[in-house]
Design a protein around this ligand. Structure first.
Ligand SMILES: Nc1ncnc2c1ncn2[C@@H]1O[C@H](COP(=O)(O)OP(=O)(O)O)[C@@H](O)[C@H]1O
Ligand SMILES: [Mg+2]
Length: 324
């Protein structure tokens, strides 16, 4: 005789009232995983040499780091980049070192390519400690020598360790330029208030928009702008006419502050916190932060305290560029 119950036996069993049927297990809500935190990427590209991109990137990064954000300042000019020199620092890497990391980049390796800004002995509370720099030793043809996969993998790795990445993008277009611009949350062309530069800005904005199918078109920042301009200077209305669009920010001309800041290897905001230049960059930063309401306070970390809050504040975005 077999121990296996017959069909009848099973029916009998099901009809028994006192049968100890286990409670159905209620499906628990799937655990919400915290999305990985990604840095806000801000990119500036000058429409001509000398329009003030490096100065603007340095001061923007300083403004952000003052708010207790962890900021990485990235010089993407591998041929003539001078960002490290603006901060009186040696370059943070050689191109060959970055290229060797192709295919094996991880956060630890990426961290060896950056250097903290600041002098030894500064307290961990000082904004200097919140600011790091990536700036390669320039080489002839450096922008063609750099490995695009290594560069993009580096930026990807760094994105997890910083609140902001501020990029100084060189004018000459390379195979990787589109990818880095595409990865940016905020992107602006920087021009100055001279008619030829404004024409360049307009053409470049149109070309980039068409190539990358951007909507909206890139923002344009007008640097070295003199509001009360005399003797042949351009008014804002004139500048907008040439550009055929409005500029999203105007940064005032302030040669004295910039000259001294560069020659002392400090951001303008350190050299002269109340200068006209510092105030105009502050206004621009406030404006861009306004796009991320949680960041618009004076101190980013006071606003966003727990890792969960930070993760919510910095929602993962669909980067415009495919990262390979
Ligand atoms: N808002 C400004 N007012 C006056 N001079 C400026 C301003 N911005 C930049 N400069 C000056 O213009 C020159 C080029 O600046 P830089 O930031 O190196 O430009 P880029 O990186 O576009 O070549 C520097 O001498 C700098 O001091
Ligand atoms: Mg520059």
């Amino acid at each position: 005789m077999t121990d296996q119950p017959t069909d009848d036996n099973i029916l009998d069993l099901l009809q028994q009232d006192d049968l100890d049927i286990p409670e159905p297990v209620i499906a628990t809500k799937p655990v919400e995983t915290t999305p990985p935190i990604e840095a806000q990427i801000w990119a500036y590209l000058g429409v001509a040499g000398g329009v003030g991109v490096t100065s603007l990137a340095v001061q923007t990064a300083w403004e952000l780091s003052k708010r207790d954000a962890r900021v990485l300042l990235v010089d993407l000019n591998f041929e003539r980049g001078d960002l490290a020199a603006y901060l009186d620092m040696p370059p943070s890497l050689k191109i060959c070192e970055l290229n060797k990391a192709e295919g094996r980049m991880d956060a630890n390796l990426a961290a060896t390519f950056i250097k903290p800004f600041g002098k030894p002995g500064q307290t961990s509370k000082s904004p200097q400690n919140q600011l790091s720099v990536f700036s390669a030793k320039g080489e002839l043809g450096g922008n063609d020598k750099v490995s695009p996969p290594a560069l993009l993998a580096f930026l990807d790795c760094m994105s997890g360790g910083f609140d902001f990445i501020v990029m100084d993008v060189p004018l000459m277009w390379r195979s990787w330029t589109q990818a880095v611009i595409g990865a940016a949350d905020k992107f602006a062309l920087v021009t100055e208030a001279r008619v030829p530069a404004l024409h360049q800005a307009r053409n470049l904005a149109e070309d980039i928009t068409a190539l990358m199918k951007l909507n909206p078109t890139p923002e344009i920042i007008l640097n070295k702008y003199e509001r009360r301009s005399l003797r042949g200077g351009l008014s804002l209305i004139d500048a907008h006419k040439v550009l055929a669009c409005e500029t999203s920010a105007q940064i005032c001309v302030d040669e004295e502050t910039l000259r001294a800041a560069i020659n002392t290897g400090t951001p303008a905001g350190v050299y002269k916190p109340n200068s006209r230049y510092t105030k105009s960059v502050h206004k621009h930063v406030q404006n861009w932060l306004g796009a991320f309401p949680v960041y618009s306070g004076q101190n980013i970390k006071q606003k966003v305290q727990s890792p969960e809050q930070r993760a919510q504040a910095i929602k993962p975005r669909k980067r415009r560029a495919a990262r390979r």
